[in-house]
Design a protein around this ligand. Structure first.
Ligand code: NAD
Length: 348
């Protein structure tokens, strides 16, 4: 493929995460990284030092005139305004999570992408993590049995964001993973949040998502915990599977241990006893790969073949509906809050 056929990529927002996009797209042969748009001069200088072949654009129009596709890695509060301009210009869009801060804005971007026939993909990176792919595979296998609940922990000391709270920043990942692994979306949520570090926004939260068929998901996120944890456990009737993103040797461990309630044979009063199952602990081999590189390659494939991304607008809007319900629950003293259905938001 000569460079004239390659998809020309521009990156808007080159802070901590945008720099990773610059690196990854500079390494992928199927695309050509053409440049960046970033208002912070020291960051621009740093980027150009690392990637001298690319151009620093001073205004968005110039970048949009030359790019075929654009990555938006600016702070979440700016996503909607920047993404609108990208799609209005008819450019394919890879926007970071969360897609927007409002359901209506996210839906507007989805509609705009459809109208302009552009691919819209959202950077829910964990769905491109080989450990999460394996987690879904094993949870869906017959050996796993019935899913009872998910427990996810995402803690660390910061980094504290100025535009969103820890729920929008961190729980977004776990909601995305839970929806993907369960193949479903929660119907209601309850959550409690706290501000221990004197922030204007919640730095700690405990969240419960209620999925159909009596499946629960509990998520703990914190910017105030000195212990860095990135763990998702799925408990089912036959097995318990742990995904630990910080364990490069054994990211997935399957505990062949479970419990199912069975009706006692001679019992006519509907009483139940518990049937225990105990077995081995397995850690299947997970081929190492960089999730962001997998994500970028998926985006290029979707653009080339006109396919719908795994983390498309529908997946991303669903997550915003859940985040909004969590926000309401925190404000309402952890009251159970329904997750708005797509039909309800369209009727608004
Ligand atoms: N998917 C993931 O795993 C993951 C990980 C980290 C961050 N993120 C997401 O990436 C985004 C950026 O996060 P970050 O940690 O890099 O933040 P950051 O603050 O380090 O970088 C954001 C950059 O955007 C620039 N910027 C702000 N407004 C702009 C505008 N209108 N046009 C151009 N540039 C603008 C800022 O100057 C800054 O350099 C956030 O949405 C965050 O949620 C995703």
């Amino acid at each position: 493929m000569d460079s004239s056929q390659k998809l020309k990529i521009g990156v808007i927002g080159c802070g901590h995460w945008g720099m990773n996009y610059l690196r990854v797209f500079s390494e992928i042969r199927e695309s050509q990284l053409i440049g960046l748009l970033e208002p912070d001069a020291p960051r621009v200088a740093m980027a150009l030092e690392r990637f001298p072949a690319i151009r620093a654009y001073r205004e968005m129009g110039a970048l949009l005139a030359e790019a075929d596709a654009v990555v938006v890695a600016t702070p979440a509060a700016t996503h909607y305004a920047v993404a609108c301009q990208v799609l209005e210009a008819g450019k394919h869009l890879l926007v970071e999570k969360p897609i927007t801060l409002e359901v209506g804005e996210a839906e507007a971007l989805v509609a705009l992408a459809q109208a302009r026939k552009c691919v819209l993909m959202v950077g829910h990176t964990f769905l491109f993590n080989a450990g999460v792919t394996a987690l879904k595979h094993y949870v869906e296998s017959a050996e796993f049995g019935k899913a009872y609940y998910i427990h996810a922990t995402r803690t660390n000391l910061g980094p504290i964001r100025k535009d969103v709270n820890a729920v929008w920043d961190l729980a977004t990942h776990d909601i995305s993973i839970a929806n993907f692994v369960l193949g479903d979306e929660p119907v209601s949520v309850s959550a409690v949040g706290a501000r221990f570090l004197g922030n204007a926004r919640e730095d700690v939260a405990f969240i419960t998502l209620h999925y159909p068929n009596n499946v629960l998901c509990n998520i703990h996120v914190s910017w105030a915990d000195p212990n860095k944890v990135r763990r998702v456990t799925v408990v089912g009737s036959n097995q318990r599977i742990v995904f630990d993103d910080l364990d490069s040797l054994e990211p997935i461990r399957i505990f062949e241990k479970g419990v199912v309630p069975v009706q006692a044979e001679v019992d006519s009063f509907g009483e139940f006893k518990l049937l225990m199952r105990d077995g081995a602990i397995r850690s299947p081999k997970i081929e190492a790969s960089e999730p962001l590189k997998n994500l970028c390659a998926h985006f290029l494939k979707c653009v080339a073949l006109g396919q719908t991304p795994l983390t498309d607008g529908r997946h991303a809007v669903g997550i915003i509906r859940i985040l909004k319900a969590i926000e309401r629950s925190i404000q309402n003293g952890s009251a159970a809050e329904p997750v708005e259905s797509p039909a309800a938001s369209h009727a608004r």
